[in-house]
Design a protein around this ligand. Sequence first.
Ligand SMILES: [Ca+2]
Ligand SMILES: [Ca+2]
Length: 355
Amino acid sequence: MKQFKYLFLGLGLFLAACNSNPDSGGKSVESEKNNQEKAKADSDNEMVFIPGGTYMMGGDNEQASPDELPKHKVTVNGFWMDVTEVTNAQFAEFVKETGYITTAEQKPDWEELKKSVPPGTPKPDDSLLQAASMIFLSANEQVNLNDYSQWWRWEIGANWRHPHGRGSDIKDKENYPVVHISYYDAEAYCKWAGKRLPTEAEWEWAARGKLTGSIYPWGDEPIEKGKPKANTWNGEFPYENNNWDNYFYAAPVKSFSPNGYGLYDMAGNVWEWCSDWYRADYYQMVNKPEGIINPKGPSDSWDPDETYAQKRSMRGGSFLCNDSYCSGFRVARRMKTTPDSSMEHLGFRCVKDKQ
Ligand SMILES: [Ca+2]
Ligand SMILES: [Ca+2]
């Protein structure tokens, strides 16, 4: 059992501290409802143009971890970006049209899975190799912050339609960010929408919201000073959340003020996939006096903590990040996990090239 637990922690765990309701009415009622849902998805499908520019990419304060350094000169071309994380309504539209089935809704393939866990890990029992995803459960007391099993659980039946497991649903949560989305799912959605995932360089440039060298999308004011600025974890993770920002789990998109470009929830709410492979030493590879233009990430992945796993990058932090442990809501903070991972606090937004 212990090995099994480790197996699934290896699946997608990173330092994370840091429906429809079937109508009983006739077809016309159902059709009307579908039209309304589509209209809602369309009206929410808003993008904003992020002008190109040059900036110093990387950590801005003493919280910067080694993979955020050195700060280096990066130029990105202008692009369009979704103003919000992709919502349940938007993702539902995609699924309705394409019949897409997310990674979390499929029985895991052990041959694929074993590439993401320590070599020699034995195959778990078939009863456990079921369609499932990682859900968050708060602890009752202070726990070892290196032991992710204290607050994450591999939950059979958890997926985007059931964010907190089989007993939960997304009824009346059309404008919440879709979660339990793997990299493959995010990529498929963006492609369907005629868009793509942002690079880390684009994401960070956009998150900075016209500010230079600031720690957060709103500037340098600490997260818990002034008014709530993002959906994060207020208190001691993972056992005490005083809900100062009013949301224990995910919040509806646009619940907090946007940044200087009009982008919402670039800090907190849910983590957002980027297109880059993750390498801890990537910034050293691209640190050149003349700078680098439109970096798209390395050609392979390297995470010194789990060298056997190939990981993609994600940005922005989530409702599980607090300042003392994860500080994922800093614009420069990098995070990583394997592309087949799905979790209750992991979603995405898309970008589109200038046309
Ligand atoms: Ca919160
Ligand atoms: Ca976010």
